[in-house]
Structures are given as C-alpha cells and as structure tokens.
Design a protein around this ligand. Structure first.
Ligand SMILES: [Zn+2]
Length: 215
C-alpha cells in the first residue's frame, strides 16, 4: 500500500520502523512477560482460581506488569481505541495455545452495555473471534449479560441478595457444554467467579478459562 511508504509501521514501544504489521520490534517483544505456561492445571491462573470455582483448565498469556509493556498494551486496547491490538494478542495466544480436548464453546465476559457504548467495542470480541476461528470453536458473545456496572454498584443495589455472584445472567439455557470463558486481566477472580457460577448452574456444564493476563 502507498500508505506504508508514507506511514511506515513502527514499534509501539521504541518507535523503530518494523516490517509487516507487527506491533513490536523483536527487542521489545522480549520485554513482554509471557507466562510460558500451558493450557492446563499446572499454572498460576489455575492455582489462583481453583479455590474459587470448579475448573477444568486455565491459560493466561502474560503476566500483568505494573507500568510495564503488557499494562501499556492492555490499557491502550481498552481506553485508546486500539481495538486492533486484540488481534495481535490473539496471534501470540494462538502460537502458545493447544487443546488436548477442545472446549465446546467460547464465551466472552461482557462489559456493561453503557460501558461498551462509550468505548464503542468490547476489547474481548476481536481477540476471541481470532482464537475461535483458528481452533474452530464456536463463540458466543451474548451468552452472558451484565446486570451491574461492577461489584460496588451491585452492593449498593437495594434488591441485591447479599450475593456477589449475580453480576451476570445467562440469556439462554445451555447444558452439557465445556465452556471456555474469556477475559482480559484476572485480578481477584471475583468477576470470573460470578460468570463461572452462572454457567455451572445448568446441568452438565464445565468451565475452563483463558485470559490475556494475570495480575
Ligand atoms: Zn521496539
């Protein structure tokens, strides 16, 4: 493209001109703290979440580095309209991910519609779509819907039943499915837990989780 000559592709971090459509130059790629852990049970994400809910397998691509490169990328993905970063993160994920028993369905954690309207996109949709197409696993971005903005709001709600686990509802019934839940960064695990319990309330379901990063 002519634009490639006018506006060459540059490394997001150091501004070096790089070929192709990569996000980072080779040196800056090395600054990303990848977990280098497999989709399975022998990893930090699994250890963190298995006390919170029944879990088949887990995978986190990166360690969330405070003030580091993974934080910068995820922050721009969420708040600086860099939706296409999700495609790069998906490519890194696909390189490192393999399934012995592929899940039946991928499901993204929803934003509250107000938040999604403000941002114009859910940063997980493009990420999940790339992975779903690569592994040929169906994707449902609408299975879960968010009842509250966040847990603070949920707690304030007068009709709220002293139960943090109803941030989400399901929009349809699913049974006997192995669901792979997708989120960006896992911190406390409470959001993920509410989504997981919502899916596990139906018969025969089991859940694995995949996140871009673990904090
Ligand atoms: Zn660079």
């Amino acid at each position: 493209m002519i634009l490639d000559f006018i506006l060459p592709n540059r490394c997001l971090q150091c501004n070096l001109i790089i070929g192709g459509k990569d996000l980072l130059c080779q040196d800056c790629m090395l600054q990303i703290s990848f977990t280098h852990q497999q989709f399975g049970r022998d990893n930090e994400l699994f250890d963190r979440c298995s006390p919170l809910f029944p879990l088949e397998n887990a995978f986190a691509l990166m360690n969330f580095q405070q003030n580091g490169l993974s934080q910068k990328i995820l922050h721009q993905l969420k708040y600086a309209e860099k939706e296409y970063y999700a495609h790069h993160i998906a490519e890194w994920t696909i390189e490192k991910l393999s399934f012995e028993n592929p899940p039946d369905l991928m499901v993204t954690i929803p934003l509250h519609p107000k938040k999604e309207n403000k941002r114009g996109y859910n940063q997980l949709h493009l990420f999940a779509k790339s992975i779903s197409e690569h592994f040929n696993i169906p994707l449902d971005n609408n299975l879960l819907k968010r009842n509250f903005y966040n847990q603070a709001q949920a707690k304030k709600d007068k009709n709220h039943r002293e139960n943090l686990y109803d941030i989400f509802s399901t929009t349809r019934e699913i049974t006997n499915q192995h669901v792979l839940l997708i989120d960006d960064v896992l911190t406390t695990g409470n959001t993920m837990a509410s989504a997981v319990w919502e899916i596990l309330k139906y018969q025969g379901n089991k859940v694995s989780i995949l996140t871009m990063a673990i904090d």
